[in-house]
Ligand binder design. Structure first.
Ligand SMILES: CC(C)(COP(=O)(O)OP(=O)(O)OC[C@H]1O[C@@H](n2cnc3c(N)ncnc32)[C@H](O)[C@@H]1OP(=O)(O)O)[C@@H](O)C(=O)NCCC(=O)NCCS
Length: 220
């Protein structure tokens, strides 16, 4: 039984312009971020990449800016066969997952003011929770199933911040989730970094069962 490590943490407004964060980015990261038009998108992209580099750097015992993170079209990968990474951003929050010896996928979505159930039905899902689970499962398989449920991938729902829905997925079912409460962006010299526990305590979300699928609440 191995663990998938998960972090959920708030986006730092102004992150894309913060020199302390930008210096952690690799050249490929920086180029991708700078192509984004909206400053809020750039902030989300910088926070996700810096957080991923920070936790991977600790795990691989290398400086964050030297983490061998590849950003191909199929999602981010680490040049270390034992380690996988996935992240997702929506609204003011980022979810990050690090896997050990298996691919991972994570998704977080802000609950919209009006949920377009017709659009969800076109994707073959009946709820936002199920959509988020499908996105996480798709990312765990580099989207090769084209929006269909990939086989042999377990999805675990996470206790997300208020007004957000999140899930993590990985092949097999012999894995657990370890949720880390402190933002990886803490202690990077950025004053607006706040621990998750101060920003949003765990909440109970209405459970929508996935037919035929295990779906767990992870209490933090
Ligand atoms: C790829 C996709 C799943 C990303 O989801 P999203 O809700 O738009 O965005 P998220 O914030 O959750 O995730 C974005 C991250 O996913 C990762 N990602 C992108 N393509 C990926 C892929 N093919 N496989 C795994 N991860 C991928 C990247 O790290 C990206 O981060 P970045 O934008 O900072 O570079 C989405 O764009 C998509 O294709 N959705 C269509 C619905 C669908 O058919 N889903 C199933 C196929 S994936």
């Amino acid at each position: 039984m191995s663990a998938v490590d998960v972090w959920m943490f708030p986006v730092l407004p102004g992150a894309a312009e913060d020199p302390a964060l930008r210096e952690v980015l690799g050249p490929d990261d920086a180029e991708r971020v700078d192509r984004l038009g909206l400053s809020s998108d750039r902030d989300r992209a910088v926070c996700a990449r810096v957080a991923a580099r920070t936790v991977l750097g600790r795990r691989l015992a290398v400086p964050a800016d030297a983490v061998p993170l590849q950003l191909g079209d199929g999602g981010p990968t680490v040049d270390d066969r034992d380690t996988s990474v996935s992240w997702s951003h929506s609204g003011e929050w980022i979810a990050l997952a690090i896997g050990h010896r298996r691919p991972v996928g994570i998704d977080i979505e802000e609950v919209p003011a009006r949920l377009d159930l017709g659009a969800l039905a076109e994707l073959g899902v009946g709820s936002l929770e199920e959509f988020v689970g499908l996105e996480a499962a798709s990312k765990a398989t580099e989207c090769v199933y084209g929006g269909a449920w990939p086989p042999d991938v377990a999805v675990r729902r996470l206790s997300a911040p208020d007004r957000y829905v999140a899930a993590v997925a990985a092949p097999g079912d012999d894995w657990t989730v370890e949720v880390h409460m402190r933002s990886p962006l803490e202690n990077l010299g950025v004053p607006s970094a706040k621990p998750l526990s101060e920003k949003a305590p765990s909440v109970t979300l209405p459970l929508t069962p996935f037919p035929g699928r295990e779906y767990f609440h992870v209490w933090t």
